[in-house]
Structure formats: C-alpha cells, structure tokens
Design a protein around this ligand. Structure first.
Ligand SMILES: Cc1ncc(COP(=O)(O)O)c(C=O)c1O
Ligand SMILES: N[C@@H](CCCC[NH3+])C(=O)O
Length: 447
C-alpha cells in the first residue's frame, strides 16, 4: 500500500493534544471535556445517544473558504463543486451551497440531495462510470451544468437520450491520464488499469465524434486521478499537463473547449502525514491550465468535510485478553468502514477530561461486529476506559456516515450539526422498525 498512515503505524502516535492542536474546531475543556466549537460532545451524546456523528459548521465554512481563497489568489476563477459522495447530509450540502459551492454528483440520489439542499442545477456536474438511462434523463430534465462522460458507449447513450427528449446535453469528456496518484490502490482512479475515463490518446477522436452528435454539445474535458492524495502535487501537475496538451490538440482540430474539470482528491493528514495545501493545488492548476482561457472547476470532497466531523461513540466494555486489551465501542465498521476497508488510521480521543489526562497503554480499539476486521485501531495508546466512557473518532466527516451500512442489523447512526454554541439533529438515528420496514415474508412460505 502506497498510502501513508496505516491502521498500525511503526512510529509513535501523535498525542491527543497534538491531534487537537491541528483541528481548531475541537478543544479539551477542563470541565466540559472535549468540545466541538462551543458544544461539549458529551451533551450531544446525552441528547442523541451514541454512536453519533457531529459536524462542525465553522470548520466546513472555513475549509471551503480556504479552498475558494487559494483558487482566487491564483486568479483562476475556478468554481468549487463539493463531491457529494463524501457527505450527502442535506444540512452540510445546504451550508456549503450557501457559501457558493456547487455539487459533483454520481447518482440520482446525490443529484436529488443536492437539489433538495438548494444547490442550483446550473452548479451541478454529474460524474460516474455507469450512469443509467434514468439518471441521464433526470440530469437532462433538471438541466444541470454538465455531464462528465466516461466512455464512447456512454457518449452514444447520452446523445440518444437527449435527442429523444429534444435536448442537447452539455458533456465534458473524462480522460484517464495514466498517472499514479500514489495513494491507496482502492482509491486511485487515474491509471490505465482503472475503470475510469477514456484513454487520453482516444480522446481527440471521441471528442470529434461528440461534436458530430445531435444530442451533445462538447463543453470540455475532466480528470480525477484519485482520492487522499498526500504525496505532493506532482501527479496533479502531470495529469493537468496532459490535459492542457489535449485542450491544445482539440482546439487545433477546430473543436471548442470551454471548461476543464480538475477533479478532487486533495488529501488530509489523518495522523501526521504531510498533505499538499490548497495553494499548492491551485499552483499546479495555474502552471498547467492557467493560460488556456478555459473555465475551471475542482471537485474536492474529503478536504472540505473530512476534518470537520467526528464520530462520538461509547465504550461498551474493556476486555482483557491473554495478550491484549480490547476496548469495545458501540460504533463499528458498519458506521465507519475506512479502517476495515483501507487500513486507515483515525485519531481516537477520550472525551472526559480525566480520561484525556490518564496514563496510556496500548489496546486494540474495536467494534462489536462479528469480523476481526471490525477494528478501528491496533496497539493504540489509550487509557483504561470504564463502560459508557465516550471517545471521539476524528476526521470522520467525509466517507463516514456516507459509507455506513446496516450490517449486523445495526441502525444508521444519528448526525448532528454544531454551529457555535448551537447544535441540531440533522439526521435522525434509524429506528429498529425502519430496519425491518419494506421487507416481506411471502405468504407461500407458511402455506
Ligand atoms: C469524479 C470524482 N470527483 C471528486 C471526488 C472527490 O474525491 P475527494 O473526496 O478525494 O476529494 C471523487 C472521489 O474520489 C471522484 O470520483
Ligand atoms: N471512500 C474513500 C474515498 C473514495 C473516494 C471516491 N471517489 C475513503 O474513504 O477514503
């Protein structure tokens, strides 16, 4: 695995205080315990139970503003389209939309969520390698800003659907630049063996074909090379350089290219990995695509939402095994799957002041699900924790709730938005009844 910060790390872990110092929306209050903005996490847990996701409105606003600011500073006039897959909560989308973010969506559900949150159709881009006919129809009916096509086959599908509807689809061609983003193999998307986009060498012919089709207005090109990119902006520069060459080639063929979608993928330090800044990303865009006279957009998800969220969970019990101590939480891999899926490292910090300051000893921090992979951390320094003690799993605002499942028939956890000294339930905990709803036992089974 190329990505840094695996579940078990050879170097000493950052201390709780070091983790908090880099996350200004979180702090330890000597009386109230771990706070998100001005709200004690213990109050959220008391009000809504655990496990519960908490998102900081301030962090979301600050991070979006930092990205927008870096792009502005580089005089790129680039739009930020939030990748809804990272966090499709309606309140989160509303807040980001209010601050000018558009949306990058990959399904009917995400398109509907973005619209329901008030994001204008004119600021929505539809990406994805397998849009269904129904999804293409919906995108056209909503008259969204742009559809990113990922194959010759899809281009024909879009044209056919648009023609049947009497529409012309604005389509950007997503190219696969065959660049290694040096991230986890499961989330790298810009290598030729990945399913995404069309080979850059095939792009000119396909773009020319697009401009000959009645249902398509070719609007530009798009690229997205992977997620959690922390190894500098070199891969971005290479990919954008290829894209700039492609734009020049297309224009030399007399084809119009108005827009370049630079994708997302900017990584964050979950542990202490050095991650590129928005300014570095803006610099890479500027150096390669800055002088082409194209409209630019970026599609970050994780960078905006990841650090803004935590998963607050209670200790069920500590189990002292022969060789190991296990801290068993009431959250599990069905809530936050990243450690199980990518061996991802997440900070885990006690909420009570006494636990925060207590001596550390290594433990495996696990969920109650019947798989050994249901492990949030191995050999992590954590104090002895009594049942019902709270801990916060950090950087869970992106690909956290969004990737939850009901595995082991565990209801989806509640979500809360914190803004200053206010907090509100923004998604109810799924009920046990809802878990069973919609299921039917055929009568003939009992006949
Ligand atoms: C097309 C596209 N755009 C944007 C993103 C957002 O990625 P990230 O959350 O890493 O910024 C993704 C996911 O990797 C994606 O597939
Ligand atoms: N779900 C992944 C990222 C994939 C991004 C999808 N475009 C994660 O949690 O890191």
């Amino acid at each position: 695995m190329a990505a840094p910060a695996p579940l078990l790390h050879p170097d000493p872990d950052p201390s709780f205080a070091e983790l908090l110092a880099l996350r200004p929306h979180l702090r330890m209050d000597p009386l109230a315990g771990l706070m998100m903005e001005e709200v004690p996490l213990a109050r959220i847990a008391a009000a809504h139970g655990t496990p519960v996701w908490a998102y900081s409105a301030g962090a979301l606003r600050r991070r979006l503003a930092a990205l927008q600011g870096a792009l502005k500073e580089a005089r790129l006039g680039a739009q930020v389209h939030f990748a809804v897959k990272a966090n499709p909560n309606l309140a989160v989308l509303r807040l980001l939309g209010q601050q000018g973010a558009g949306a990058d969506v990959v399904s009917e559900g995400e398109l509907r969520a973005a619209r329901a949150a008030g994001i204008p159709a004119a600021h929505i881009v539809f990406s994805g390698v397998g849009k269904t006919l129904a999804e293409i129809r919906l995108a056209l009916a909503e008259d969204i800003q742009q559809i990113n096509a990922e194959s010759a086959e899809e281009v024909e599908m879009i044209s056919a659907v648009a023609t049947a509807m009497g529409r012309v689809a604005r389509v950007a061609l997503r190219v696969n630049p065959d660049v290694d983003a040096k991230t986890h193999a499961k989330i790298t998307t810009g290598k030729s063996e990945n399913k995404f986009g069309i080979a850059i060498g095939e792009a000119p012919a396909l773009y020319a074909r697009m401009s000959s089709l009645p249902g398509i207005q070719p609007i530009g090109v798009a690229v997205h090379i992977g997620s959690q990119i922390t190894a500098g902006v070199g891969a971005y520069r290479t990919a954008y350089g290829h894209l700039a060459d492609l734009v020049r080639t297309l224009r030399a063929q007399g084809l119009s290219v108005e827009r370049v979608d630079c994708g997302g993928g900017l990584g964050i330090p979950y542990r202490d990995e050095p991650a590129p800044s928005p300014a570095a990303l803006a610099g890479a865009i500027s150096a390669t695509l800055g002088n082409l006279g194209v409209e630019l957009m970026v599609e970050p998800g994780r960078w905006i939402a990841g650090p803004a969220g935590v998963l607050v969970t209670s200790v069920v019990l500590q189990k002292l095994g022969e060789a190991r101590r296990f801290v068993v939480l009431d959250a599990a891999m069905n809530d936050l799957v990243r450690p199980a899926m990518y061996e991802a490292w997440h900070g885990i910090v006690p909420v009570a002041p006494a636990d925060f300051a207590a001596p550390l000893a290594p433990a495996d921090i696990v969920g109650p699900i019947c798989e050994s992979g249901d492990t949030f951390a191995r050999g992590r320094g954590i104090p002895s924790l009594a049942p019902a003690s709270l801990v916060a799993i950090l950087d869970a605002g992106a690909y956290g709730a969004a990737m939850s499942s009901t595995y082991n028939s565990r209801p989806l956890a509640a979500e809360v938005l914190v803004d200053g000294d206010r907090f509100a339930l923004v998604r109810e905990r799924q009920t046990q009844e809802a878990l069973l709803a919609g299921q039917h036992v055929p009568e003939w089974l009992d006949a």
